[in-house]
Design a protein around this ligand. Structure first.
Ligand code: NAD
Length: 528
């Protein structure tokens, strides 16, 4: 893998050609800064053989790693965390160049979250993955222990919007659970993960335990083909379908973290100022390139005008800048094709009666940056209310009741995050209960993805399986059941061969006496 490292040690993005220099042009990813077009690095497109070799090395490294205690694994992972934190500014600067994201977001959404994930996993994994005793009421003489056994090699296939956080979030959980991991970062932002890999190697982590394979879709495909034991995929619905189909073909378990279309319901009693600030940070952080961005607002008509006005005012105040040079509120659109999506959705909405209240176009003189955009008078005939935007647009629709807002919020093929703003906590919980989504936040936005204690993931076409929380960590293992006797049984089990009329009659009587209301099982239960 040494040949894939093309980032300078100082992370300032100057180009250092490595073995990849010998590759023909189409086998190289030329990584350019989205804001300036500056060439930041060249990364090889790995062949299926190179991917297979990386998986094989990871599998070999996993054996010794899985033998370590949780305490020993945790200590190593904390060492990696410390090294990342030591390199925080350099990593933030590289992300500012490669993704065009503001430095504050690089620190908070990427490095700090990864540092917290490592800290949390090191603390809780032993407890969450400890063997559990279970007793059987069907065969009361039998006891069982459920052990959480690492799966082997976990493949993490990641997107470009949080190129450090999302890849390391899943990689660290996989490794803490005793697996090896091979990460396939997005071809749009591969440099940051390669730099993280250099830091991993330099801080004394077993080198082959974490592999990084660079390339386009076929490299991700080759990773699934290379005999991995679990795939954690984060990306678009369209690619997710292909990845899930490939996993199905090979019967590999997979977790799908796909797109979102998060609705925000602003109730008549919401605190308008608070809601407006939340919409602005939830809609425009990372220029809206967040799977849980506020992608549509259903505002009660009592507060609709005031809320749209205030959000538009705040959106207009956001400052564009080159995040490498200054502390801008927003920088580049990382993947310039998203600008075409934004322009198409805005044109469609305006053509169908929406009103532009803020933004609506590229930043003047900067082709790959887009103004924070607010649209009013939207409805579900407009694509901006139904398709994933993944850009800095917040469309507003007026509603006359919470029930109408809930119906519209659920009128989507996606179901990742949702938001409710109300000053009545009970009403907030009631509305949250009726929304079809993996997570619902009341009076807050975005932060649930950073909470280590709770599962994160979607329903409908937003995916399946969970990351984070005990649910996510346990998914990195397969639960193995080991049964043993509570007390010594006769050598020949009384219900095994030979089958006789006597045992049949016994079973029939037992069935009737146990499985009836008020039957023996109900009485026995308290003893078992
Ligand atoms: P994408 O689907 O285009 O690519 C994701 C990854 O899949 C990339 O590394 C890509 O190279 C790889 N890939 C492409 N084809 C493949 C194939 N056939 N087999 C295996 N791998 C393949 O997604 P993107 O544009 O990078 O990311 C944006 C999308 O990700 C948005 O829809 C967003 O909502 C979603 N996302 C979801 C979450 C979540 O947690 N649910 C988080 C972030 C982003």
């Amino acid at each position: 893998m040494a040949s894939t490292q093309s980032v300078d040690g100082n992370g300032r993005g100057s180009v250092r050609k490595v073995a990849a220099a010998a590759l023909p042009e189409k086998q190289v990813i030329r990584v350019r800064a989205p804001l300036t077009g500056e060439l930041l690095g060249e990364v090889p497109v790995l062949s299926a053989e190179q991917v297979q070799a990386t998986v094989d090395r990871a599998r070999a490294a996993q054996k010794a790693w899985a033998e370590l205690s949780f305490a020993a694994r945790g200590a190593k992972i904390l060492g990696f965390r410390d090294a990342l934190v030591d390199h925080a500014e350099e990593l933030v600067e590289l992300m500012a160049r490669e993704s065009g994201k503001p430095r504050q977001e690089g620190i908070l959404h990427e490095v700090a979250i990864v540092a917290d994930i490592a800290t949390h996993l090191a603390k809780v994994s032993a407890g969450i993955l400890a063997p559990e005793k279970r007793s059987s009421h069907f065969f009361p003489y039998s006891l069982a222990v459920v052990e959480y056994v690492p799966r082997g090699v976990v493949a993490v296939i990641g997107p470009w919007n949080f190129p450090l956080q999302l890849n390391l979030r899943d990689a660290l959980a996989a490794v803490m659970a005793g697996n090896a991991v091979v990460v396939k970062p997005s071809e749009v932002t591969p440099l940051i993960m390669l730099r993280a890999k250099q830091i991993w190697d330099a801080c004394g982590m077993p080198e082959d335990l974490l592999g990084v394979v660079t390339g386009f879709g076929p490299t991700g495909s080759a990773l699934i083909d290379a005999g991995v034991d679990l795939v954690i995929f984060t990306g678009s619905v369209a690619t997710g379908r292909k990845v899930a189909a490939a996993c199905g073909e090979r019967l590999i378990p997979c977790v799908m973290e796909l797109g979102g279309k998060a609705p925000l319901i602003a109730c008549a009693d919401c605190d308008v100022e608070r809601t407006a600030h939340a919409i602005v940070s939830g809609g425009f952080a990372n220029s809206g390139q967040v799977c849980i961005s506020v992608e549509r607002v259903y505002a009660h008509s009592d507060i609709y005008e005031e809320l749209v006005d205030r959000v538009s005012e705040l959106a207009n105040k956001l400052r564009f800048g080159d995040p490498v040079e200054d502390f801008a509120d927003y920088g580049a659109i990382t993947f310039p094709k998203q600008i075409e999506v934004a322009e198409r959705l805005i044109a469609d909405a305006l053509g169908k009666g929406a009103e532009l209240r803020a933004g609506g176009k590229r930043v003047q003189g900067v082709p790959n940056a887009f103004e924070p955009t607010v649209l009013a008078n939207c409805d579900h005939s407009q694509l901006v209310m139904t398709e994933e935007i993944f850009g800095p647009i917040v469309p507003f629709m007026r509603v006359s009741s919470a029930d109408e807002a809930i119906r519209l919020a659920n009128d989507s093929h996606l179901g990742l995050n949702a938001y409710v703003f109300t000053e009545d906590p009970e009403r907030g919980r009631e509305i949250a209960g009726k929304i079809q989504a993996g997570s619902v936040m009341i009076n807050d936005v975005l932060i649930n993805a950073a909470i280590g204690e709770t599962p994160f993931g979607g329903i409908k076409q937003s995916g399946f399986g969970r990351v984070r929380g005990p649910e996510g960590l346990r998914q990195m293992c397969h639960p193995k059941t080991v049964c043993y006797e509570r007390f010594k049984m006769p050598r020949q089990h009384p219900l095994a061969f030979p089958y006789t009329e006597r045992t049949y009659t016994f079973l029939l009587r037992a069935l009737r006496s146990l499985y009836r209301k008020g039957g023996a099982l109900e009485r026995l239960r308290r003893w078992l």
